[in-house]
Design a protein around this ligand. Structure first.
Ligand code: AMP
Ligand code: MG
Length: 480
């Protein structure tokens, strides 16, 4: 049993420092002005054995605004690169986050703590190293919401607000957020050492990742191939979760792809409102490279970039063979998730067809994606009206519904209720909370957070309404 600790007792190490100097530079966080606690995730705290009762707002503000360092913390910023919108950028890196260190978690694994928005680092390029309050609120809510929906993701421990002014499209206040993950290593870390022709460092990095995250790969004939195979699998599984949920990441550059297959770097993300496969949540993505329906193939493209980086360690034919697993793993996992949402147990040959006909109906009728699953559940419970309001305008609705009901077996609605969230972090909900928070009122933020943490328990409440017309298809810019 792990003992609960206060902030003063947390003991960090920094295993990333096993790697030699070219991988990172030491950075001292630059304190924010007049910091104050905005939000704190007790669920994330539990993962590292941090006792919420021993973490006062004052202490959290001091430790996570850059004023103080936790015991053992020796912060650093790491260098990486990446393909951004298809083009290679030779040098990126932790431009506005520092790795504070890592700590043993209550589940036996180690969690890295990163402080985001802590000021300039050697990799800030033209940026100020800061993060706007609105952007960390979005990341905090999204990461904790996806975690509650069982989607692999980085976590968020807390947000600290401040009176430090930052300059975006207007003047805003800077804030910081503590992000947690077993690893923050990206595909782009590998690309950096590959394209800068540093094969020794690339191998060191791969060995480090295998040692800490894929230890079983070390026992395989080619550990690097085993690691790559698993990264491909995890990425395909992750994408299946995103797609089934209607989550759009928005900036699937290779520097935002996690080597352990978790959702990483929340920017202009969005959840589908109306089912619109070509929905683009990122205003800067004019061509829709990262549109909702493109995400699985982009993830695979990113896996090709990773394969290229590993080409000195693994034979090309083996990398290609591993990559071939992406599509079938994705397809099976996606179908499984969709079947759970539709309450379809067991397996029949018509399952794929029933799912795609359902999606065609949603698209034709411009129906709200997540609301449609709830409406189906209600219809099966005898309340047909919400469903007919959404879909009955389509000529194909009645035949589809007949086939679907014939296909069901057992108590479908029990399964559906466990897989169809009652609350989704729609952009307009986040926006409302942000506007209050910018005025210094965090009660709505805490309330929405509470609902997102229990997405299947929430009564059909204010949060489960489909998006009002004014809030639909908000598309956000990368500026954050
Ligand atoms: P992103 O689009 O957030 O994934 O960021 C791409 C790159 O820009 C990463 O190297 C970030 O660290 C860096 N970056 C983004 N915003 C800032 C900022 N305000 N200051 C410094 N670097 C930044
Ligand atoms: Mg990024």
């Amino acid at each position: 049993m792990m003992k609960w600790a206060g902030l003063d007792q947390l003991q960090l190490e920094n295993r990333f420092r096993q790697l030699p100097a070219p991988f990172y530079q030491s950075v001292t966080p630059q304190p924010l002005k007049n910091p104050h606690l905005v939000a704190f995730s007790t669920e994330a705290a539990a993962l590292i054995g941090l006792d919420p009762c021993q973490a006062s707002a004052q202490q959290l503000s001091e430790y996570f605004s850059g004023q103080r360092l936790l015991n053992g913390s020796d912060p650093l910023a790491s260098v990486y690169s990446g393909h951004q919108f298809g083009g290679y950028t030779p040098q990126l890196g932790d431009g506005r986050a520092v790795l504070l260190g890592d700590i043993a978690g209550s589940d036996g694994q180690r969690w890295e703590l990163q402080l985001k928005g802590s000021g300039k680092t050697p990799y800030s390029r033209h940026g100020d190293g800061r993060a706007a309050l609105r952007s960390v609120i979005r990341e905090y809510l999204a990461s904790e919401a996806l975690a509650a929906l069982d989607v692999p993701t980085t976590r968020a421990l807390c947000i600290i607000g401040s009176e430090t002014q930052i300059y975006r499209e207007s003047i805003e206040f800077g804030a910081s957020m503590v992000r947690m993950s077993p690893s923050h290593i990206r595909f782009g870390h590998f690309e950096y050492y590959y394209y800068s022709r540093q094969p020794e460092q690339l191998k060191q990095l791969a060995d480090f990742v295998i040692e800490h995250h894929y230890p079983h790969a070390a026992e395989q004939a080619n550990p690097y191939l085993a690691m790559y195979t698993e990264v491909v699998e995890r990425t395909a599984q992750l994408l299946a979760r995103w797609q089934a949920l209607g989550f759009c990441h928005g900036v699937m550059n290779t520097d935002n792809m996690s080597i352990i297959g978790v959702t990483l770097d929340y920017g202009p993300f969005g959840f589908l409102d109306d089912y619109q496969p070509d929905y683009i949540c990122n205003r800067s993505d004019e061509r829709g490279r990262y549109a909702y329906q493109q995400q699985p193939s982009i993830a695979m493209w990113n896996c090709v970039c990773l394969a290229q980086s590993l080409s000195g360690l693994v034979k090309q034919a083996d990398l290609e063979a591993a990559l071939q697993h992406f599509q079938p793993i994705y397809a099976i996992a996606y179908t499984e998730r969709m079947k759970l949402r539709l309450g379809m147990l067991g397996k029949t040959t018509q399952d794929g067809d029933l799912i795609s006909r359902f999606l065609q109906l949603l698209e034709q009728q411009k129906a709200d994606y997540n609301e449609a699953f709830i409406a189906l559940e209600q219809a099966l419970d005898g309340e047909i009206e919400p469903l007919t309001t959404l879909l009955a305008g389509a000529a194909d609705f009645t035949p589809w519904f007949g086939d679907y009901v014939d296909r069901l077996e057992g108590n479908a609605t029990v399964i559906m209720a466990q897989h169809n969230p009652r609350v989704i972090l729609r952009n307009y909900l986040a926006q409302q909370v942000i506007e209050r928070a910018e005025l210094g009122d965090f009660t709505d933020l805490a309330r929405l957070y509470g609902a997102l943490k229990t997405p299947f328990d929430a009564p059909l409440s204010q949060y489960n309404q489909a998006t009002p017309q004014w809030g639909k298809n908000i598309s956000l810019s990368c500026s954050s």
